[in-house]
Design a protein around this ligand. Structure first.
Ligand code: AMP
Ligand code: MG
Length: 341
């Protein structure tokens, strides 16, 4: 979708305009001390789906949520340990992102289906003012199209995303220029998931020991090496239907299976989740992870997933479905029988 990308400055009036766009579900690129972020309302699944659309990412990645206060982070996490507070006191605002279990407030698409959410408080006046004026946390990956370098100047953002987003807060170069350090507090000692703007030496002064090696790759489906531990894969075996949608009236032994459908539900499945009744890929993306979670928690023998059109956000949905279906042992054909005929 084409937009007339507004070039805003850093005045209070400009930030108020940008905040109104965020509240309305739009996209605003804004500076942080690390790089420019592509921001959307972190509490709206539809707004966050648009981030992936604008970036033309062929897959979903968890997105960092930006806050302007410790209290805001506390509401988005669940069960916050003392160490998180200590780290925030020392390093926030700043280039340190902390990963902890998420609360119900955070939509699944923000975390690409993970039960954890990455949060930080940026050390940049315009970014903080924008979050405050929007009155909600802002989800933001780097403001570049897929495969392009991270933008450290608003000119980079315009080259890459001009016409794709509603506005850019044009505030010149970003001071740090590399991304934040990402630390998971799910285990002890904490694990560095990505080195970045906060030096490890400084972190060690607060936490003592740190794990640096990448997290263990889980058994089962193994997509691209190194990506799995950060990505939610359903525990229930998932089968991607080949050759398009199911034809109505087909005979399926579906009693113990769930269906992840694109536009229409089908009879006889134990449970059905429809991604978008109107066939809108943005809505489908916004609903995708919560639908997958719901099916995964339903105690089913298998999940049957219908393919979606591989265009726009459909490319990222299909990437996730293909990876969720890969490497699974084949189901007994007497359970599920699927064919096009
Ligand atoms: P970027 O948006 O380009 O700054 O990248 C965000 C980084 O944070 C990526 O390396 C993500 O994989 C990582 N990240 C975001 N959320 C989570 C999470 N819940 N768990 C682990 N890593 C995360
Ligand atoms: Mg990036």
């Amino acid at each position: 979708m084409e937009h007339d990308t507004k070039l805003l400055g850093c005045s209070e009036a400009d930030i108020a305009q940008a905040a109104a766009i965020i509240r309305a579900g739009g996209l605003v690129a804004f500076p942080t001390e690390t790089v420019y972020g592509l921001g959307a309302d972190a509490l709206s699944a539809q707004a966050v789906a648009r981030i992936f659309e604008a970036k033309a990412r062929p897959r979903f990645d968890p997105v960092i949520v930006h806050v302007a206060s410790w209290e805001e982070a506390e509401r988005l996490w669940w069960n916050v340990p003392e160490l998180a507070r200590k780290l925030a006191e020392r390093f926030w605002p700043g280039p340190l992102t902390l990963v902890l279990p998420k609360s119900q407030l955070v939509p699944d698409i923000v975390t690409a289906g993970l039960s954890t959410v990455a949060i930080r408080m940026p050390d940049h006046d315009a970014a903080l003012a924008l979050i405050r004026a929007a009155g909600r946390p802002i989800a933001a990956p780097s403001a570049n199209r897929f495969g392009r370098p991270s933008p450290t100047h608003h000119e980079h953002v315009l080259e890459s995303l001009g016409g794709k987003i509603e506005a850019v807060l044009a505030c010149g170069p970003t001071p740090v220029g590399i991304e934040s350090t990402v630390v998971s507090l799910l285990e002890a000692p904490p694990r560095v998931l990505r080195p970045g703007g906060t030096p490890l030496e400084a972190l060690r002064e607060v936490v003592g020991e740190l794990r640096l090696e990448p997290p263990r790759v889980d058994q089962g489906a193994a997509p691209a090496p190194g990506t799995l531990p950060r990505h939610y894969v359903p525990e229930t075996p998932l089968f991607l239907l080949a050759g398009g949608t199911l034809a109505r009236g087909e005979k399926l032994p579906r009693k113990r299976c769930g269906l992840l459908a694109f536009r229409h539900g089908w009879h006889d499945f134990a449970r059905v989740e429809v991604l978008s009744g109107s066939g809108d890929l943005r809505e489908a993306a916004a609903n995708f992870f919560s639908a997958l979670h719901a099916l995964d928690r339903a105690g089913l023998a298998a999940i049957v997933a219908e393919p979606v059109p591989e265009e726009g956000l459909g490319v990222a949905i299909m990437d996730r479905l293909k990876r969720a279906a890969a490497g699974r042992a084949r189901l007994d054909a007497t359970w599920v029988w699927i064919s096009r005929r």
